[in-house]
Design a protein around this ligand. Structure first.
Ligand SMILES: CC(C)(COP(=O)(O)OP(=O)(O)OC[C@H]1O[C@@H](n2cnc3c(N)ncnc32)[C@H](O)[C@@H]1OP(=O)(O)O)[C@@H](O)C(=O)NCCC(=O)NCCS
Length: 186
């Protein structure tokens, strides 16, 4: 799958994740640990080590090579300042995937998530061959819901106790974006 780089506001680059990112990714997760904690699963201690990130990146890149996941990193001044991922890619007559993302605490509120979600929706259609993207947010994640709304996602319901986030099974709002109505390519 050919996925290129994109320039986002403030000169931030959105590019495919690479195996050499483990050090920078570990630094980003250490710096943003408290910022991300309310919105993510509880992380084991090895998540905050270079080796832990190297192993996780290897698995993501293996799934990328198999066409099941597409991982991007936001890069700025040699730092990783966020990530956005399409996971659970299924083609055939479903052509759907899940969207997840985060932006570093010191880069929020500059339109980065909105610009990246827009680009990823375009690449999902043109490069991945998707028809639909699904995203879910904890009910009180107003910032993430606003990003989805600005990018044309529609609310499709409430999923009670959907994901184990910050130590509890949390209710989530579900959203989808239908990218087009063309027939699937063979
Ligand atoms: C949610 C997140 C990705 C947003 O990233 P960002 O780059 O700051 O997003 P943008 O700047 O593109 O847009 C944010 C929008 O949300 C709005 N917003 C921010 N906090 C909000 C809140 N608590 N309630 C409602 N809207 C909010 C902003 O005003 C902005 O909307 P506007 O352009 O209409 O003013 C970022 O805050 C983050 O990573 N949070 C922690 C991890 C997370 O929640 N990930 C998503 C899990 S579903």
């Amino acid at each position: 799958m050919e996925i290129g780089s994109e320039e986002l506001p403030g000169g931030v680059i959105l590019r495919p994740a690479a195996q050499g990112d483990a050090d920078a990714l570990c630094a980003a997760y250490v710096d943003n640990r408290e910022h991300l904690e309310p919105w993510e699963p509880r992380r084991p201690e090895d998540f905050f080590t270079v080796e832990g990130q190297r192993i996780r990146l290897e698995e993501k890149l293996r799934q990328f090579a198999e066409g099941r996941l597409v991982p991007w990193h936001f890069e700025s001044d040699g730092r990783i300042v966020g990530a956005i991922t399409l996971s659970g890619v299924i083609l055939g007559s479903f052509r759907s995937a899940y969207l997840g993302y985060w932006i570093a605490a010191d880069r929020q509120g500059r339109g980065l998530a909105t610009a990246a979600v827009e680009r990823v929706c375009r690449m999902a259609r043109e490069r991945v061959g998707l028809h639909r993207i699904e995203a879910t947010t904890v009910v009180d994640n107003g910032g993430s819901q606003r990003v989805l709304e600005k990018c044309g996602f529609e609310p499709i319901g409430l999923a009670p106790r959907y994901l184990h986030i910050d130590g509890e099974w949390r209710d989530h709002r579900m959203f989808q974006k239908v990218l087009h109505d063309d027939d699937p390519q063979p």
